[in-house]
Design a binder for this molecule. Structure first.
Ligand code: ATP
Length: 468
């Protein structure tokens, strides 16, 4: 059962160290959040799963990490300077500002008045000064999408990898949008991360690739634990399409505040590469010097056949990391009534996403042998490279289990008197208890069998393809 309210998620995230409001000690900065000790692990695990699926498991996609600060001409010729706007209205009564398309029944959300201005376009891009002199022409943009870094490096990547069509470039990184009304926790923020991949194809094959990428991306989200009931596709109408898109399919997720966009998969045609080809000062300079070359359309590629180089079309799956984190938290959050009448909160995260993979718990904190064995187990499991292994000696065993249920740790390993040969059951020497988060069932396993058991357990989670 998904989280009932956003409040329950916000509270868990703060309490357990997943997500905090940004600059909180000075009252916070609206639309900005920080990821805490467990949040950073969850977020990294989600990004790693995406990178693995996009770059490592395929043979036709390369990675990239372009800069955030972007030359204004890149964003001028991508169309963002002119069109990357939201319609804004002001409430003349209480002076608040709203996105016109989110206003309900023509009424101000704060004071309820209907004395609103006409909508006017508001550009969402952040500008910043570059260098010591702050004058009007001396600025760069913080990128509003990671995609433009891919388009502006297209020639570099093609030249340095000798790629032919079809092929893609994947990137994960920060993007910034000066949203008029950031809201719904980390759903709509001003600083966020995107996982974007531009897949370059021969025009004419674009519609087929678009469909394939929509299917692949839905499958991937299911592999991260999202269920079909909470996922839906939305085909944007002509009026809704961004300036660069021929068609866009949104993957919607049922967040606590409603069914909203998690990822968009756009057919961007040759809009971006075409525009940069025409407008790039550097490409056109080279073209003029080399008289044999066409003076425009320099961002081209071949398909490995006899055909001349072309400006390819591009299919772009663009997902928000923060919205992804919110979706997997929503799906995983469960409140359970236990048989003994108590209640527990458990985060049923897929094990490969869990911030802590295994908690190793010494049953008696003051017994040096138990502590030593626990630490040895932790050190040996760390070598498996499956992620964070946590030495948990903060309190009693019941409290430790509850705490790890709440943060989604799939397995707890307890080291007790039997493990060190000082318990009542001599045959349990050198064995430990493994407790499963979801079923709360416990099994006893020999310490030397742990690496194999855990390797299989976590590999299965990372490789499991959920049924579509
Ligand atoms: P929306 O309609 O919700 O404003 P969008 O259509 O403008 O989103 P895109 O430009 O398609 O979003 O960006 C791709 C992805 O980046 C989105 O699907 C979303 O996951 C993420 N994203 C966009 N804007 C934000 C934001 N302000 N905060 C968090 N994530 C965002």
């Amino acid at each position: 059962m998904p989280a009932k309210t956003m409040d329950s998620l916000v509270s868990l995230c703060k309490r357990r160290g997943f997500i905090y409001p940004g600059s909180e000690i000075y009252g916070g900065l609206q639309g900005v959040y920080d990821y805490g000790p467990l949040g950073v692990e969850l977020k990294n695990n989600l990004k790693t799963a995406w990178w693995r699926c996009m770059v490592y498991e395929r043979d036709d996609i390369e990675g990239l990490d372009a800069s955030i600060l972007t030359h204004r001409f890149v964003l001028r010729h991508s169309g963002h300077e002119a069109t990357f706007t939201d319609p804004m209205v002001d409430c003349k009564d209480c002076k608040s500002r709203w996105r016109a398309d989110q206003i309900k029944n023509g009424k101000c959300e704060r004071c309820g008045g209907s004395n609103l201005t006409e909508p006017r376009p508001f550009n969402l891009m952040f500008k910043t000064t570059v260098g010591p002199i702050a004058d009007e022409n001396n600025f760069a943009y913080l990128r509003p999408e990671t995609a433009q870094g891919i388009f502006s490096n297209f020639k570099n990547v093609v030249d340095s990898t000798s790629r032919k069509l079809p092929f893609g470039i994947a990137q994960i990184g920060k993007a910034f949008r000066n949203e008029i009304t950031p809201r719904n926790f980390i759903f709509r923020v001003r600083e966020f991360e995107q996982m974007e991949m531009e897949f370059f194809v021969r025009p004419g094959t674009d519609e087929e690739w678009h469909k394939k990428w929509v299917d692949d991306r839905v499958q991937w989200w299911k592999n991260q634990g999202l269920t079909s009931d909470n996922l839906q596709l939305y085909y944007q109408t002509k009026e809704e399409l961004a300036h660069y898109a021929k068609a866009t399919v949104d993957i919607l997720y049922r967040f606590p505040h409603g069914l909203e966009e998690l990822e968009g998969i756009a057919n961007r045609t040759d809009f971006d590469l075409g525009s940069h080809s025409k407008n790039s000062s550097e490409l056109n300079l080279t073209a003029r010097v080399d008289a044999n070359e066409d003076s425009i359309a320099k961002l081209t590629i071949t398909d490995g056949q006899e055909n001349p180089p072309i400006v390819p079309f591009v299919i772009e799956p663009s997902a928000g990391v923060d919205r992804g984190v919110l979706a997997v938290l929503t799906e995983a959050y469960t409140e359970e009534q236990l048989e003994n009448g108590t209640q527990r909160i458990v985060l049923k995260l897929k094990p490969h996403l869990s911030p802590i993979k295994v908690a190793v718990i010494p049953l008696a904190r003051n017994n040096p042998d138990i502590v030593t064995v626990s630490k040895e187990i932790k050190a040996s499991l760390l070598k498996l490279g499956i992620g964070r292994i946590f030495f948990e000696d903060s309190g009693n065993i019941g409290k430790s289990y509850r705490r790890h249920d709440e943060v989604g740790t799939p397995l707890c390993i307890t080291v007790d008197y039997d493990t060190i040969g000082k318990g009542e059951q001599a045959e349990l020497k050198d064995t430990v208890t493994i407790r499963d988060r979801d079923t709360m069932k416990q099994i006893r396993l020999a310490i030397d069998k742990l690496p194999e058991y855990l390797r299989e357990y976590f590999q299965e989670s990372a490789n499991k393809k959920e049924r579509v």
